[in-house]
Ligand binder design. Structure first.
Ligand SMILES: Nc1nc2c(ncn2[C@@H]2O[C@H](COP(=O)(O)OP(=O)(O)OP(=O)(O)O)[C@@H](O)[C@H]2O)c(=O)[nH]1
Ligand SMILES: [Mg+2]
Length: 728
């Protein structure tokens, strides 16, 4: 729908004869709507309405889907083929309740729709996904979208749930009322896709029939601002009107990252209207919202019919227990306990198997290759490093399986709900818990998920403490230390699980403690109110979960094959060269005078008070790239030191390691100290990068490194010194 650019004179003319109850600057279209390029579609809708499910089904892509609001926090572009085989662009957007964005993820949606983002094509047409079980609330956004004057297709999703809830949605009536195609669908079962694709392929789409007048008291202001915006950059009048409405009623909407700022004239106009309204003391956005809801009520009349009386649903009955103030916590604890037991007990068999395969491979290399540096590089560098990590794949898989279950069933939102009370004690609300819970898997998606938090300071606090949640990269470190500390089958699994739970608890407590501290000092703001939808429980989508597990393990293996491989090889060189002049020198002497040994000993004074020697110190440095590198580094360093011809599990090598005076290095106290160090220390390059991106400055990531690593040192110091005094 190309619009004719308007000259300044024309705009002035329009402004001159604006009716007092102005609706919109009349649309003028070019005679035949020739769209040279294929149209760009955007999928919009309320959170958790099934947009990404639909996007994936249309494009064949695999964006993350989950049964809680706020899964998608960034736009994603894909391609869908029209019925005639023409490729069309389609953009999946974060869910939003309104164009008046409250949080950074909603702002992404708003800015893409209003064409404020330079990095995204402005959508020509919109697919509005509506949750049929919640029509009225969902129509609020639809109403705003229809005002943009672009062709819209409404997808009435979740029809299965609506049916089950005893709701009959009159599609035809809604279509008639709105004047745009309305397509019933069940995105998750692939129903309605063909109809949608057909509609999307149409060369012409009708524009909305509905007419909504800007409420009289604000109409003159909107009209003036609209005209000024059209003048500024010749944007479509209706988009300008939507923009004007937002600018006038939502102070936050002025700040847009990456877009051209308002022209001086528009800004002055805006300020003068705002000031005038403020003097009158009227709630203008309230007027606007009310007016819209009245219009929606009219639209909805006769569309929804209840086929039976509404009673508590199955989800409601489950929630009576799962978010109960006592039973809810019992269930939460039970779920966590099952998770950790599975990590230890189920993973053991595949883990042993991988261990054996790695060892067998090492032995095989030793039989086919002659003794020499290259063979050592392969066995002591590559295999000891990468093999030491790959062993933990089963645990990672189990962890992600559970996280997938929680996300896909809808329990995630309940966990946030339960957590609201403890979180409010530290000044955050339950919504902050979703990013934190996600950080148990990995802090990076966790930090991205903070975009759903409205308050900028709360969001920052959540970002700052997110790395304290024990992520999957710590699993290998914990497991190795627990294996070194509590060897053999004699120790019951419960003890090991208990120790691990202790580490997770320590991290979580740390996160709460620091959040409390930051909310009281650096980033104080008013205590927030949580508004979070509890979506109905859904049967977990196993295929989806398996796919995510696969993706995650692929990432893990890729890491092992690239970063960890690289660091292991480098470390092998650093520990092997320069060679000691005496070829008969013991491995201990050799490594001590290697490059790594010399660097490590420079560092030793800083970590000796923690009970760590320079070899552990090297591990601490290399694992700044990623925490699991610590395990591979230990494999290389202590593998190099082990007798040349045997391949031992790392834990045995560690248990044999000693200080120069013969005292064991990995005492229980040191193992515990190391685990604690990794609970707190900020040892992840990727997290630093993502925090830099999300906070848009180096200040916060640097602060984060300093406070987390500082805390790690102090806590380890205290534990070690107190432990020693206590005689451990
Ligand atoms: N029963 C049912 N469930 C659906 C349907 N469509 C999607 N879902 C489920 O609804 C949940 C939300 O789906 P998503 O596609 O992640 O929703 P979204 O709109 O992208 O959500 P945000 O990214 O958070 O805005 C998932 O659990 C889907 O499996 C449907 O038609 N019927
Ligand atoms: Mg989504």
């Amino acid at each position: 729908m190309a619009l004719e650019p308007r000259t300044r004179a024309e705009t002035a003319e329009i402004r001159a004869d604006l009716p007092p109850h102005f609706t919109a600057v009349p649309l003028r279209r070019r005679p035949a709507a020739h769209v040279e390029r294929a149209p760009v579609y955007a999928i919009v809708g309320n959170p958790n309405s099934g947009k990404t499910t639909l996007f994936n089904a249309l494009t064949g892509l695999r964006q993350k889907v989950g049964n809680y609001p706020g899964v998608t926090v960034e736009k994603k572009i894909g391609e869908v083929y029209s019925q005639h085989g023409r490729p069309m662009k389609i953009i999946d957007l974060p869910g939003a309740y309104s164009l008046a964005a409250r949080s950074p993820d909603e702002a992404v949606t708003r800015d893409v729709l209003l064409g404020r983002r330079a990095d995204t094509p402005q959508p020509d047409r919109l697919v509005c996904v509506v949750d049929a079980t919640n029509l009225e609330r969902n129509l609020y956004l639809v109403h705003q979208i229809l005002d943009l004057g672009r062709p819209v297709i409404v997808v009435l999703n979740m029809m299965d749930l609506a049916r089950r809830a005893g709701l009959e949605v009159g599609r035809e009536r809604l279509e008639q009322q709105l004047g745009v195609p309305v397509i019933p669908a069940e995105a998750v079962h692939g129903k309605g896709l063909i109809e949608l694709r057909l509609a999307m392929s149409r060369a012409e789409l009708p524009l909305a029939r509905h007419r909504w007048d800007v409420p009289a008291p604000i109409a003159p202001a909107v009209a003036e601002l609209q005209a000024s915006l059209v003048d500024d950059d010749g944007r479509p009048p209706l988009v300008a009107r939507a923009e004007a409405l937002l600018l006038l009623t939502d102070a936050d909407s002025v700040r847009v990252a990456g877009s051209t700022p308002l022209s001086g004239r528009t800004a002055t106009l805006l300020a003068s209207w705002r000031e005038r309204w403020q003097r009158h003391g009227t709630d203008w956005s309230g007027v606007l919202i009310q007016s819209r809801y009245e219009a929606i009520n009219q639209l909805c009349s006769g569309v929804i019919r209840r086929t039976r009386a509404a009673g508590p649903s199955r989800s409601d009955r489950a929630d009576a227990i799962l978010v109960h103030s006592i039973w809810g916590w019992v269930c939460f604890a039970a779920i966590m306990a099952v998770l950790f037991f599975s990590i230890f007990t189920l993973a053991e068999y595949p883990m042993n198997w991988i261990d054996q395969q790695v060892a067998a491979l090492g032995d095989w290399v030793k039989t086919v290759m002659a003794r020499g540096d290259l063979r050592d590089l392969l066995t002591d560098g590559v295999l000891a490093g990468v093999g030491g990590i790959v062993v933990f794949l089963p645990q990672i898989l189990i962890l992600f399986f559970f996280v997938g279950l929680l996300e896909s069933s809808g329990y995630m939102a309940r966990a946030a709900f339960l957590m609201d009370r403890p979180m409010s004690k530290v000044g955050l609300h339950g919504k902050s818990f979703i990013p934190l819970l996600g950080s148990y898997a990995c802090a990076i998606p966790g930090i991205m998920a903070t975009r759903t938090i409205e308050d900028a300071k709360d969001r920052l606090v959540t970002i700052l403490v997110a790395p304290l949640m024990s992520c999957s990269a710590r699993l290998p470190v914990y497991l190795l230390m627990i294996a070194t500390l509590l060897p053999g089958e004699a120790v019951p699994a419960a003890t090991k699980v208990g120790l691990m739970l202790l580490m997770y608890a320590l991290g979580t407590l740390g996160a709460f403690g620091f959040a409390w501290l930051f909310k009281r000092t650096l980033l104080a703001s008013a205590p927030p109110l949580m508004i979070l939808e509890l979506p109905p429980y859904q049967p977990p989508r196993l295929r989806e979960i398996l796919r995510q597990m696969f993706e995650r393990s692929w990432l893990f293996l890729k890491n092992a094959g690239t970063i960890i491989l690289g660091i292991s090889i480098l470390l092998w060189f650093l520990t092997t060269y320069p060679k000691h002049p005496d070829p008969a020198a013991t491995p201990d002497i050799q490594i001590a005078q290697s490059v790594a040994g010399r660097v490590g000993r420079l560092l030793e004074p800083a970590i000796e008070p923690l009970g760590f020697d320079w070899r552990i110190g090297i591990g601490l440095i290399t694992s700044f790239a990623a925490r699991e590198v610590f395990v591979s580094s230990m494999g290389v360093i202590f593998g190099v030191q082990a007798e040349a011809d045997d391949t031992t599990p790392i834990r045995d090598a560690l248990r044999r390691a000693t200080w120069p005076d013969g005292a064991p290095l990995f005492t229980p106290l040191v193992c515990l100290g190391l685990m604690i160090y990794y609970v707190f220390a900020m040892q992840c390059m990727s997290t630093v990068a993502i925090v830099k991106r999300e906070t848009n400055s180096w200040r916060w990531p640097l602060f984060q490194i300093a406070y987390l690593t500082g805390t790690a040192w102090v806590v380890c110091f205290v534990v070690h010194q107190v432990g020693r005094l206590a005689g451990f």
